[in-house]
Ligand binder design. Sequence first.
Ligand code: 4AD
Ligand code: MG
Length: 477
Amino acid sequence: MKNNSVKDLLLNTGTQSQVKVNGWVRTFRANRFIALNDGSCIDSIQCVIDFKNFDDSTLKKINTGTSLEITGSLVESQGSGQKFEIIVSKLEILGECDSDKFPIQPKKHSFEFLRDNAHLRTRTSTFSAIMRLRSSLSFAVHSYFNSNGFYYVHTPIITTSDAEGAGEQFRVTTLDPKNPPLNEKNEVDYSKDFFGKETSLTVSGQLEAETYAMSLGKVYTFGPTFRAENSNTSRHLSEFWMIEPEVAFMDLNGNMDLAEDFLKHLLNHIIKNNIDDLSFLEQRLTNEEKTKPQNLRSDMSLIDKIRFVIDNDFKRITYTEAIEILKNSKPNKKKKFKYLIENWGADLQSEHERYLVEKHFKCPVIIYDYPANIKAFYMKLNEDNKTVKAMDILFPGIGEIVGGSQREENLDILNCKMKDIGVNPEDLWWYTDLRKFGTAKHSGFGLGFERLIMFATGMSNIRDVIPFPRTPQNAEF
Ligand code: 4AD
Ligand code: MG
């Protein structure tokens, strides 16, 4: 007899005389009712045993966490709460679980505690729901691009360039840290290193993706990226996943249209395919909100917030307009912002982004045409010579979720911009080559995958939406 998943059993339309299912015990009540979960869906299946048919030593081994193989008949449930249940005829203990030592108890655990037990936290309903949504969103990323004529490119993880120019890279080396070879200037001689150059983990696949856009037309990367920024916030990871489409012959407006359509597709996908997990997380969030003071509570439920993003146009404003709004805003006038907005040219902090999205517009906002000197070197210079064709998308509760731009396709301007920030154009000769051989306007963006999952699940800490988070001082598991 083949194994059934709990999901398939619960989706059944009729009863079945013989079914077999494997899973882990969530709860065992009254020596009679086992809630068995196998991770296939949010629900557990109720398995009813007649204790007279099983010896005491077997019953004692049925604890939260025990793995079981159960055979029995699938019948319409007598009790409320589930449509079907299994009347158990055979029960095999696959793996015992010492209930005194098992960290995951059938009660509420703090997220901090569960982070310390990240290898077991997906045995809880909350984390299994989050990780199923993560999987579903990954699938939706690929299906969106696949059905829109994009090719998937695997950009390298080990690189010699710092695409974002922020100097936040993790070095990759095989040199002996205690006794590295030195050059005549007494500096570490990376020509003796594994790759013959100083290499790092990538902060972005963009530069390589651009080379593929300039031949395959429409491409995207979706992979891990690494940033050694020492910021211990609830929105930053040292290792995170980024989706970066890059399209030849597309300008900044096309880029904004693509990003908005893409985000709406992803959110629509989970509304259509993952409503059970979303409803569970919605309830969790509603309960959490109830513990907050009235003025800090959201007036929308999780699914309402998702639908709101799908159904409404994102507000598009220039950086200059954003600065005007912020300058005249209450928190700026009352000096409530940590960083007051005084002049054009100021970098926007997350407090400003959140004000614009959550207080002023109350919807996702795209800010574009930023000052050149606060953005990366590869962004296309506007005719005003002071702003670049950059765009950031800001989401309620999250802040920046997407960063992108039209790329500088003019060789002379690109060379100047590189030199200005101290990048030697010769080090990126292959990147500047694109501007020599059939250059064309092109654009792309990066979506921080975990920030999207935060929005989709209502989780407020980014460490809770990736299986094994890497953050400063933390690389356990
Ligand atoms: O704005 P960023 O730095 O843009 C780039 O890397 C471009 N090369 C993308 C492109 O144009 N192809 O990063 C893009 C997004 C941010 O908007 C944010 O959502 C996410 O990546 N991100 C992070 N997510 C988690 N932890 C971090 N430390 C992040 N840094 C950026
Ligand atoms: Mg950015």
